[in-house]
Design a protein around this ligand. Structure first.
Ligand code: HEC
Ligand code: HEC
Ligand code: HEC
Ligand code: HEC
Length: 445
């Protein structure tokens, strides 16, 4: 009898222990829980006021609010609005004739987006001027947009001028730019993204959760242009998202952002192609890492575990941002420093080549006797080289999101810029124009 009792007891202990382990594993693998399991208030579809959502999700809201006051800088980025034109005066030359030569500041946190777009000196608020700033510029700055796009349609939205749109826009970026209020799932809210994906044969509704943790950023962190007189917001992705594929697209469509003064080159301005650059087969992208893994890591507040909505440079919190996957965070941060230093230095060499090309083309035009075919070829190379440089320069990670690709694109751009300079010299048979200069002795960051 006694032996049986022992056996039964031992069996019970094993079963209970196994059940306990099972429960613990189950609990540990649950998705992060909210403080409130029941929503406290009902949030309307596309509610633009983030403080409403904040009633139900105080952790995400409080961390999101921090993006308003962040001001810490890193070597090449961070959250202050330092001026790129002051740091690197070559850019004043590269953007001559275009508003970016007047005002070009580094980006800062999401909650400032509205204030910053209204303050930039790049705006042209004269509605009688054909170069007036379109309302389309608000597309990535406000949580009012999803509602407005649904109500007006994007075509009518984009036709309005910046001035006309202003009274409709009251909130900076917020919850409705990324979430469906009923289910809280991540969503594509920007019609231009939905349409660009559709033209590539993709339907975002079928994407996995991990894919959405990157695609949701592509609502805004992408290259785009304003198509036609209606200024219709369009992503130039029909031939692919690599830099040469976008150039091919623009070439076929015959698009230019502006004409370079005294050189006559039809120029393209790259915006902020974080999504395209990161997804161009970077090591992290191929390993399945998402933008949110590094920029919105999970953090804890007592028992609550949630995604930090305080989006900023991961170099300010590498333990949370990189430590989930890398044990030696000091080492990976040093790698970032090395990569960025190499990319920044290479980028300056490209800029010097571009300024030489611009000066040679201008001189060839001024000479008045240039071979038109050679001069046009020089302009074409100038256009391509500058867009390639800008694809890396306007991308906000100083190469880190895809280091090998950054160096390749910059090498190609330098080569094309030097070829443009040679062709311009050849077009007027003036070989003084082949001189190679370094424009500013102090190395710009
Ligand atoms: C593997 C981690 C990682 C991933 C994945 C990642 N980033 Fe970054 N990101 C960084 C680092 C590191 C920097 C450089 C920050 C610096 O220089 O201070 C950066 C910089 C940035 C910046 C500029 C930050 C600033 O302070 O101005 C933006 C914007 C950005 N990333 C957006 C994105 C987007 C959008 C994606 C996805 C398409 C993405 N990142 C994917 C690590 C990552
Ligand atoms: C820039 C896009 C973006 C904005 C704006 C945004 N979120 Fe999120 N949110 C995310 C991402 C990415 C996740 C992670 C989702 C996942 O892993 O599936 C997330 C997750 C969440 C979750 C799920 C739990 C968690 O923490 O992972 C809640 C709740 C949430 N956000 C609430 C909010 C609220 C409230 C706001 C407005 C104050 C907001 N979000 C604004 C991108 C955003
Ligand atoms: C609705 C448009 C929008 C979406 C969606 C969006 N961003 Fe941004 N993001 C911006 C704008 C605009 C700025 C610059 C704001 C400014 O300078 O005032 C910015 C700035 C940033 C910065 C720089 C912050 C700093 O302190 O310098 C980072 C990093 C960033 N975004 C990452 C992301 C990531 C990662 C995602 C996806 C999870 C994302 N963003 C989704 C529009 C967006
Ligand atoms: C979600 C997981 C994840 C996160 C978060 C993450 N990494 Fe990585 N990282 C990887 C993987 C996977 C690789 C590829 C490893 C390999 O192939 O050996 C990698 C590779 C790297 C490499 C080497 C790349 C190369 O091509 O040599 C560096 C440097 C790096 N990560 C830096 C960072 C930094 C800095 C952060 C934080 C800002 C970060 N990583 C965040 C998963 C991650």
């Amino acid at each position: 009898m006694k032996n049986y009792t022992n056996l039964i007891l031992a069996g019970l202990v094993i079963v209970l222990a196994a059940a306990l382990v099972g429960v613990l594993v189950f609990v540990k693998n649950q998705p992060p829980q909210e403080r409130a399991t029941q929503p406290l208030i009902e949030i309307a579809q596309m509610e633009p006021d983030s403080s409403q959502w904040g009633v139900n999700f105080p952790n995400q809201y409080d961390s999101f609010l921090k993006t308003k006051t962040n001001n810490v800088d890193t070597t090449y980025a961070g959250s202050s609005q330092f001026s790129w034109l002051e740091r690197d005066p070559r850019q004043v030359i590269l953007f001559a004739g275009y508003p970016f030569s007047k005002d070009y500041n580094d980006d800062r946190g999401h909650a400032n987006a509205l204030e910053d777009v209204r303050a930039t000196k790049r705006l042209n608020l004269d509605d009688t001027n054909p170069k007036r700033t379109p309302g389309t510029c608000y597309s990535c700055k406000s949580s009012d947009n999803p509602g407005l796009w649904t109500e007006l349609g994007m075509e009518a939205y984009d036709k309005m001028s910046f001035n006309e749109m202003t009274p409709n826009i009251n909130n900076a970026i917020g919850c409705s730019n990324c979430h469906d209020s009923e289910t809280m799932r991540l969503v594509v809210t920007n019609p231009a993204l939905k349409e660009a994906l559709e033209r590539q044969g993709k339907d975002w509704e079928t994407f996995t959760r991990q894919e959405m943790r990157t695609v949701v950023c592509a609502n805004c962190h992408v290259e785009y242009y304003f198509k036609g007189d209606g200024k219709y917001l369009t992503f130039p992705w029909d031939k692919g998202t690599k830099v040469e594929e976008m150039i091919e697209y623009y070439e076929e469509y015959g698009f230019k952002d502006w004409e370079y003064p005294d050189a006559g080159t039809p120029m393209l301005k790259a915006q902020h192609p974080e999504y395209e650059f990161f997804t161009a087969d970077s090591t992290h992208f191929k390993a399945g890492v998402s933008c949110s893994d590094c920029h919105m890591p999970y953090v804890r507040d007592g028992a609550a575990k949630y995604s930090s909505h305080d989006v900023h440079s991961p170099l300010l919190n590498p333990e949370a941002a990189c430590g989930q996957c890398h044990t030696d965070t000091e080492y990976v941060v040093r790698r970032v420093n090395t990569i960025q230093e190499q990319v920044a230095t290479t980028k300056i060499a490209t800029e010097d080549a571009l300024v030489d090309a611009i000066n040679a083309i201008k001189a060839a035009v001024a000479a008045g006797n240039a071979d038109p075919a050679l001069l046009d070829e020089a302009r074409k190379l100038h256009r391509e080289a500058q867009f390639m440089w800008d694809y890396i320069s306007a991308e906000n990670s100083t190469g880190f999101h895809n280091p090998e690709y950054a160096l390749k694109v910059l090498a190609d751009a330098t080569n094309l810029a030097r070829q443009a300079q040679m062709l311009a010299a050849q077009s007027v048979n003036d070989f003084d124009l082949l001189e190679i200069n370094t424009y500013y002795q102090t190395p710009a960051p």
